[in-house]
Design a protein around this ligand. Structure first.
Ligand code: NAD
Length: 490
């Protein structure tokens, strides 16, 4: 714990609301960040209220004009230096993520690498402006199209990827020339504070990035949504909170990007390479202990291969080591809270009552006192079980057998969610036909991972609005402006 405390002190002042380059004490005092592996206190963090929420917007406003006018190359170089710093501090940042989120060090290191890549990608995008110029069809005038920063952006992030969900917003916002106010989840504010410090050290002027940790998210975010100076909301979190914020944002017709909940189907066709599908399933399901919005939530496996797939998956799951994320041998760390464990346990009980059986379940070492849950494979799950209807967010893999392709598609698309999906087949044509029929923003074909900073990440239906990553991610922080120019008159 002392080691983590030293990292916390080194990477971020443990009690700071970051406003205009100052690390201030919280107007509501402090709140404790707990280690989900043993419920010990990792750090006390400043607790901001609405006064500091407004002060953060004051700082973002004061910095906005100069930042928007900073040459793209200069903004790019700041992002690039921050990327290099994240790479340099990868191990310390990973330890910080593990301390506040619980995930295994291996997963945390992978997250830091992924998170840093957003800074590099948008350092590169910052200097590739696109626009348009051409004659209007009727002749005479010219049409000139350009893009400008949308303005002050409010960024709200969840606890499950404390680094990547922050950089996926900070990278494009800063590249576009926006200043930001960021509210991290109260479970995991330290990583966001550390990243803000790295971006400051990389040369971002005071007020460009402001970070407001709080235990009162509705008040702080509410203050931003009702502030006419804030022009953008980028939210990642649950669909329930997303709906709430969209309603508030409607009053000001605010520009919104929403990355919301998922319920990813993992479809295995009869001609799939079963060992490869099991490899993909292990990544799609168990990365971060199943606490990813893209996590495979329901496995639909053709009846001709379902026994083989389930047996192989069970063998792999039984070998998973549950433990403190900070132990190098750990595969699966704790869940974020006791409530999360209780919720997922309830989903398993419901499935068992409806006729499912446990095909594999590891054990949680008895000396562990945190929010641990045994990775579980459920076989013979019925399509109406809650475990396939709801987002699990835990290391539980329910397997449903399918026979008829139309019935399969009805199950796959029979949800209001549409974030990620996975399809396994040796025949790429069949896989593509299936993928095109799936209502999801992203489909992994013969792979268990879809996240990539160069690709447009996002969902359809109630999984969200807009995209993060790729060129599309930058456009979320830009407004299009066009000039109709007539120089025929003297
Ligand atoms: P959450 O919705 O509870 O919290 C997300 C953020 O919203 C946190 O910062 C939280 O403090 C804040 N918040 C909570 N209530 C609020 C309110 N009333 N007003 C304003 N802000 C509020 O979600 P979570 O439990 O932190 O994260 C898990 C959810 O996030 C899952 O549903 C997961 O699928 C989703 N998620 C989606 C993506 C994606 O890219 N689509 C990525 C990661 C997580």
């Amino acid at each position: 714990m002392n080691e983590v405390a030293a990292i916390v002190r080194g990477l971020a002042p443990s009690s700071g609301v970051l406003i205009g380059g100052d690390w201030r004490p919280g107007e509501l005092g402090t709140f404790d960040v707990d280690d989900p592996a043993d419920k010990s206190v990792v750090a006390a963090v400043a607790n901001a209220g609405t006064g500091q929420a407004r002060a953060a917007v004051d700082a973002a406003e004061a910095a906005a004009r100069a930042w928007a006018g900073t040459p793209p190359r200069a903004r790019s170089e700041i992002l690039h230096r921050a990327f290099e710093s994240m790479r340099r501090d990868r191990e310390a940042l990973a330890r910080l993520i593990t301390a506040e989120n619980g995930k295994s060090l291996r997963d945390a290191e992978a997250e830091v690498t992924y998170a840093a890549e957003f800074l590099r990608w948008y350092a590169e995008e910052a200097v590739r402006p696109d626009g348009g110029y051409g004659p209007a069809p009727a002749g005479g005038t010219r049409t000139v199209v350009t893009h400008r920063p949308v303005g002050i952006a409010a960024l709200v992030t969840p606890w499950n990827f404390p680094a990547a969900m922050a950089t996926r917003k900070l990278g494009p916002a800063l590249a576009a020339g926006c200043t930001v106010v960021l509210k991290p989840a109260h479970e995991t504010p330290l990583t966001a504070l550390a990243i803000a410090r790295l971006i400051e050290d990389a040369g971002a002027p005071a007020g460009v990035v402001n970070v407001v940790p709080t235990t009162e998210p509705a008040d702080v975010v509410g203050a931003w949504l009702s502030d006419p100076r804030v022009r953008k909301l980028s939210f990642t979190g649950s669909t329930a909170v997303g709906r709430l914020l969209l309603r508030q944002a409607a009053d000001r017709v605010l520009n919104c990007s929403m990355e919301l909940g998922g319920n990813a189907p993992f479809v295995v066709l009869d001609d799939a390479d079963v060992p490869a599908a099991v490899d993909g399933a292990m990544i799609a399901k168990f990365r971060g202990g199943g606490q990813a919005c893209t996590a495979a939530n329901r496995f639909y496996v053709h009846e001709s291969v379902v026994d083989d797939f389930t047996a192989q998956l069970a063998l792999r799951v039984e070998r998973l080591r549950v433990g403190r994320g900070a132990e190098p041998a750990t595969d699966i760390g704790p869940l974020i809270s006791g409530q999360a464990v209780a919720g997922a346990t309830g989903l398993i009980d419901d499935a068992l009552q409806r006729g499912a059986r446990i095909a594999a379940q590891t054990s949680v070492p008895s000396e562990l006192s945190g929010h641990f849950m045994a990775p579980t494979v459920l076989a013979d799950v019925t399509p109406e079980a809650r475990v396939v209807q709801e987002e699990i967010f835990a290391p539980v893999a329910p397997v449903v057998a399918w026979r008829d392709q139309d019935e399969l598609l009805a199950m796959v698309n029979g949800t209001e969610m549409g974030l990620a999906a996975y399809v396994y087949s040796r025949d790429l044509k069949r896989a593509m036909v299936m993928s095109e029929a799936i209502e999801a923003g992203m489909v992994g074909i013969n792979r268990g991972l879809v996240s990539d900073p160069s690709a447009p990440f996002g969902g359809v239906k109630q999984s969200g609005l807009g995209r993060e990553g790729a060129r599309e991610g930058l456009a979320e922080y830009q407004e299009t402006q066009y000039f109709s120019v007539d120089w025929s008159t003297p």
